[in-house]
Ligand binder design. Structure first.
Ligand code: ZN
Length: 160
């Protein structure tokens, strides 16, 4: 069975950045499971999985446009330290949660000044070239219910 729309796909992956550092791996956990065509995995990776089958291994290198996008300068922001809890204890590189007008956001601390904190609200992987080493571990047909919900049920999926 090959991967196409409305197949439930399980795969292991190791994600490396351009410097060859491992950023994430599914190997310590259960494989990632998703409904193909639902947009639940990043576009470039979903595209690379198309047509593959259980047992296939491959590597795909994704430019930012096919992964988490470019870093947007507008997402680099300077905020007043008095709006940030425990501002004085923050360190560059730390990821913190803030309230924005659009709701809660995760930001990376860039610089801690006396009165202001510079933060980056871009996705931590934005602007990066990413290499995925993938092993497809399973492909099955989605049930009618999974298709109508747009996600996987059971192991690795939504339990409800
Ligand atoms: Zn559901």
């Amino acid at each position: 069975m090959t991967i196409a729309a409305n197949k439930v796909v399980s795969f292991h992956y190791t994600l490396n950045n351009a410097a060859g550092e491992v950023l994430e791996s599914s190997r310590e956990h259960a494989p990632m499971t998703y409904l193909h065509g639902s947009g639940h995995v990043i576009r470039g990776l979903e595209h690379a999985l198309e047509g593959k089958g259980a047992g296939d291994t491959f590597q795909v290198v994704l430019q930012p446009a096919d992964a988490y996008g470019e870093k947007k300068p507008a997402n680099m922001q300077r905020i007043s330290a008095k709006h940030v809890p425990n501002a004085k204890g923050l360190k560059p590189g730390q990821v913190i949660g803030l309230q924005s007008r659009q709701g809660p956001v995760q930001v990376t601390v860039v610089k801690v000044g006396r009165f202001n904190i510079d933060v980056d609200a871009n996705h931590p992987l934005a602007g990066q070239v990413l290499t995925f080493d993938v092993e497809v571990t399973g492909v099955r047909d989605a049930s009618a219910e999974e298709k109508s919900h747009g996600h996987v049920h059971g192991t690795g999926g939504v339990e409800h």
